[in-house]
Design a protein around this ligand. Structure first.
Ligand code: HGY
Ligand code: MN
Ligand code: MN
Length: 415
């Protein structure tokens, strides 16, 4: 069995790429504000495309605004393997959530190019559109449309809070890269691997460098609308009020108790809460809030998620409530064919590692059904993410890039 063509990545280059990309949409707090296909996110796509084209890699775009960096293999008829992630961020996000998966994979291609190594299969680096869902709900719609899990036209018709459609933003991306070829959705992959910061503290607490990600927990997300009656805050007695804020907060407190578990596995979050009309002397007549519920167990997702509407109805009088499920995704198990390669690479380089599940959602989930897929985690500072303070160590970024490079070399040689 010939020894695979493992090559050494360039640690300085991959770190500098992160710092350079972080300048695009940089916030005063040292994070990034780069919502999906905003001008800054489009600028980030153009920057990655420039880096790729400077190395002679082909860059392509598809109809949902995914971008692909492609490096040919010796067998052009072979199904490509891929590693990638996203450049869009949360409103006040960090420099590594997303870019780590794009830039470690780009580094792998550059290291192969530097070493003059040709793999059998072509290798692609996808930059998935709208992973975060911070601007356009649902998130993961780039990889979701690509794999057919989500409907392309429906995702293109999604609008942000200002009524701007995803479709118009994709058109702006295409216009920003006029010489880039378009390709149809759904190019199959023979294998997919994604590097990401852990967004938790397990690796950092254990002093380990590589997370061999075996599963992604599931989620259920809900829009909750509480309807009462706007009224004068000075003249309206409590007995006559239909105060949507009081009802919504009663529901929220009751739900917090329902979702509280001793083992602290359930993740129940109300991250967006809006009282309308939002005037200081008006009893709120409407409250809208968003629930993000996550759990590794499918039965628990069903049992607890189904409680939301029941509990809301129980606590809402004299107002009314509408609970709508915005999205859901089952827990997913990754392939041992790929986790085995990750573990072997970590051992080869002496990176302390562990098998673990992902509590965050990632584009990789969409490839589990169609090809061997897994993820590589590296630690991030105090597990902080979706926060401008998010940070990672250069050595850990380099280790992630080296493992991604090894795994791509292995997968690209699969028969
Ligand atoms: O929310 C998530 O799990 C991902 O970071 N977008
Ligand atoms: Mn992410
Ligand atoms: Mn994220």
């Amino acid at each position: 069995m010939p020894t695979p063509n493992y090559v050494k990545i360039n640690a300085e280059r991959v770190w500098q790429r992160h710092m350079d990309l972080a300048e695009i949409g940089k916030t005063a707090g040292g994070g990034v504000h780069r919502l999906a296909l905003s001008d800054k996110d489009i600028e980030a796509h153009v920057k990655v495309a420039e880096w790729a084209q400077a190395r002679g890699f082909v860059v392509e775009l598809d109809a949902i605004g995914n971008m692909f960096v492609c490096r040919p293999g010796s067998d052009p008829s072979a199904t490509p393997v891929a590693s990638g992630s996203h450049t869009d961020s949360q409103p006040w996000g960090g420099r590594f959530d997303g870019p780590l998966g794009v830039l470690t994979a780009l580094e792998a291609l550059e290291a192969l190019e530097d070493a003059g190594v040709t793999t059998r299969r072509p290798i692609e680096v996808p930059v998935w559109n709208n992973e975060e869902g911070a601007r356009f709900m649902p998130g993961l719609s780039g990889s979701g449309s690509y794999t057919g899990v989500m409907d392309l036209e429906k995702m293109l018709d999604c609008t942000d809070d200002d009524g701007i459609t995803m479709r118009s933003c994709v058109e702006k991306l295409h216009a920003a890269l006029p010489n880039v070829k378009h390709r149809k959705l759904g190019q199959p992959y023979a294998g997919f691997v994604e590097a990401h910061i852990e967004q938790g503290t397990i690796l950092e607490d254990a002093g380990e460098i590589i997370g061999i990600v075996t599963d992604i927990q599931g989620n259920r997300r809900f829009d909750v609308k509480v309807t009462g009656e706007s009224a004068h805050s000075g003249t309206t007695p409590r007995a006559r009020r239909k105060d949507a804020f009081v009802a919504a907060t009663d529901i929220a407190v009751a739900l917090r108790d329902v979702f509280w578990d001793e083992e602290d596995i359930a993740r129940f979050t109300i991250g967006k809460f809006e009282a309308l009309p939002g005037a200081k002397s008006v009893v709120p007549g409407e409250v809208n809030f968003f629930i993000d519920f996550r759990h590794p167990s499918k039965p628990v997702l069903k049992e607890l998620g189904d409680q939301i509407e029941v509990v809301a109805e129980r606590h809402v009088a004299p107002c009314s409530v509408a609970v709508t499920q915005a999205s859901s995704a089952d827990p997913m198990q990754f392939s041992e064919k790929v986790t085995g390669l990750i573990a072997a690479s970590a051992a080869r380089h002496g990176y302390p590692s562990r098998h673990m599940i992902s509590c965050a959602g990632h584009d990789a989930r969409h490839f589990v059904a169609s090809c061997p897929t897994a993820m590589v985690f590296i630690p991030c500072w105090k597990g902080i993410s979706h926060n401008e303070l998010e940070s990672a160590e250069p050595d850990h970024v380099a280790a992630g890039a080296q493992v991604i490079c090894d795994v791509l070399v292995d997968m690209a040689d699969w028969a």
